[in-house]
Design a protein around this ligand. Structure first.
Ligand SMILES: Nc1ncnc2c1ncn2[C@@H]1O[C@H](COP(=O)(O)OP(=O)(O)OP(=O)(O)O)[C@@H](O)[C@H]1O
Length: 482
């Protein structure tokens, strides 16, 4: 019997859903607030959580990462009354199982519920898997843990896998980890970079050729598809395959047979395919640039790697681990990070993801050579400028005059960065944050005004353009006196 929790502020909806769950033989309970729901979920060992987005005490999507970070995370089905494609995307990327739009009917609920329960059953049936070898993958954010879980499940099967993600997110690293954790681990892992091999050589590189098949084919060559026999073929940048090769490759996937260029006979190869791309293959397929039938073959299992900016909580761990690896590789003593160095790493958007982070660390470490500590000044100018610009843009969104130095809430006068506790349980509401920042800015303004006016009220009125009574109100409000 599975345990299902419903978190929704509408009691009749909760009761109807719980009833539905009980009718199909499972245990259904509900919570009418986000806080109560989270408490129950944290202590309740649930298989499935139905989670409403708009709750009186917050947004349901905000607790999704905490649910998915549980040691035995439940599957989460998001429910919402508002059509919000971005919210749906965010939910799925944070590990939600499905996203349902209200109004809900029993049929609309039962379909995903039955599927998710079947999936949980399958998971339970599997004997405890051997611990997943990480193969160098760093990071423990909820997004990475959800990805590792998918990887572990995929590694146990033999289905084709499509790994998507922006450049530098680790597609090849994850593909290797999939292979290393699979039953094919002691057979070859063969990489084909479809973007790096000239189009006219790709066919013979993949399928091989016989001697004399074309000008320059002085000797026969075994193709990479054959080399991957018994192992895994990793087709990187699969979106770059020409229409002709897409057609040929589809046949290979269907029949596991192929003909080397110029050969009379076909060969066979038992390989498992893992493909990767940073392109949107569905969009390419809609535009007629990628065969739909091949796309469906490729993505029996789809694994999406989140960009680094969506899992910034991994940056510290990644930076420490990558820096240690780089120092070892270059024979340089390990270096420590000054606060401004790590703050800049955290604040930057990393469009080139982990590859960019790694390259940046390498140039900082090598550049600092004998210096024991890395400061922001060791980072490239473009990164420092970019983080500074975003800080200024953020500050001007909340202060009337962001160009002027303002105190942060801890009273520093270095301006621009407002220190506050970013842990989810302490994260301030926007209204409170804004009031604090504006109060701090006002206090700073009137203190400096009085200093500049040498504590003469009429001079302060001239400088500020305020009348005496308004000025006195402010001085009293902030307790400013000589
Ligand atoms: N989670 C991670 N932990 C440690 N290193 C990582 C991680 N993700 C990526 N890397 C490192 O970042 C670099 C880029 O990774 P990789 O080549 O796998 O990315 P990719 O997504 O295949 O990039 P591209 O699309 O440009 O081919 C590699 O050096 C890889 O080892």
């Amino acid at each position: 019997m599975a345990k299902v929790l419903i978190i929704d502020d509408n009691q009749p909806t909760c009761e109807a859903l719980a009833e539905l769950v009980r009718n199909i033989g499972h245990e259904g309970s509900y919570a009418l607030s986000l806080a109560d729901g989270l408490n129950r979920a944290l202590g309740g060992d649930f298989d499935v959580v139905f989670l409403d987005v708009r709750m009186p005490d917050g947004n349901g999507l905000d607790i999704l990462p905490r649910l998915k970070a549980l040691p035995m995370p439940p599957e989460v089905i998001i429910m919402t009354g508002l059509g919000d494609p971005d919210g749906a995307e965010l939910a799925i990327r944070n590990g939600a199982w499905d996203y349902l739009q209200k109004p809900l009917s029993p049929k609309k609920i039962l379909l995903p519920l039955t599927r998710v329960l079947k999936y949980r059953d399958n998971l339970r049936e599997l004997t405890t898997p051997p611990p997943m070898k990480r193969c160098g993958i760093v990071g423990h954010s909820a997004a990475i843990r959800a990805t590792m879980d998918r990887l572990a499940v995929a590694a146990r099967g033999n289905a084709n896998v499509l790994i998507t993600g922006e450049t530098g997110t680790g597609k090849e690293l994850f593909a290797r980890a999939l292979h290393e954790n699979s039953a094919r681990a002691d057979r070859p892992f063969v990489v084909v970079d479809c973007a790096a091999i000239p189009a006219n050589l790709l066919e013979s590189t993949l399928f091989g050729h016989v001697r004399g098949a074309f000008t320059g084919a002085d000797a026969p060559r075994t193709g990479l598809v054959k080399e991957a026999d018994g192992g895994t073929l990793f087709l990187d940048e699969v979106g770059e395959l020409s229409p002709d090769l897409q057609k040929k490759f589809l046949r290979v996937l269907q029949e596991k047979r192929f003909r080397p260029v110029g050969a009379q006979h076909e060969l066979t190869s038992d390989f498992r395919l893992v493909a990767a791309t940073n392109r949107d293959l569905e969009d390419m397929s809609r535009r007629g640039e990628f065969r739909e039938d091949l796309l469906y073959r490729l993505c029996s299992v789809a694994i999406h790697l989140p960009p680094l900016r969506e899992r910034a909580e991994d940056i510290d761990e990644l930076a420490q681990e990558l820096a240690a690896r780089i120092s070892r590789k270059n024979g340089i003593a390990p270096k420590t990070f000054a606060p401004d160095f790590i703050d800049t790493l955290r604040a930057y958007g990393w469009p080139g993801n982990i590859r960019e982070l790694s390259n940046t660390l390498e140039s900082a470490i090598v550049g600092a050579y004998f210096e024991p500590e890395l400061f922001a000044t060791h980072l490239p100018e473009r990164i420092r400028i970019s983080t500074l610009k975003s800080a200024i843009a953020d500050a001007s969104a909340v202060t009337p005059n962001a160009a002027a130095p303002c105190p942060n809430e801890t009273g520093n006068r270095d301006g621009l960065v407002y220190g506050f506790d970013t842990r989810p349980e302490h994260f301030p509401e926007y209204k409170d944050f804004r009031n604090d920042v504006l109060d701090a800015a006002d206090r700073e303004y009137f203190t400096r005004l009085m200093e500049a006016a040498d504590w003469k009220v009429s001079r302060a009125c001239d400088l500020s353009g305020l009348g005496k009574s308004r000025l006195y109100v402010q001085l009293r409000k902030y307790g400013i006196d000589r």
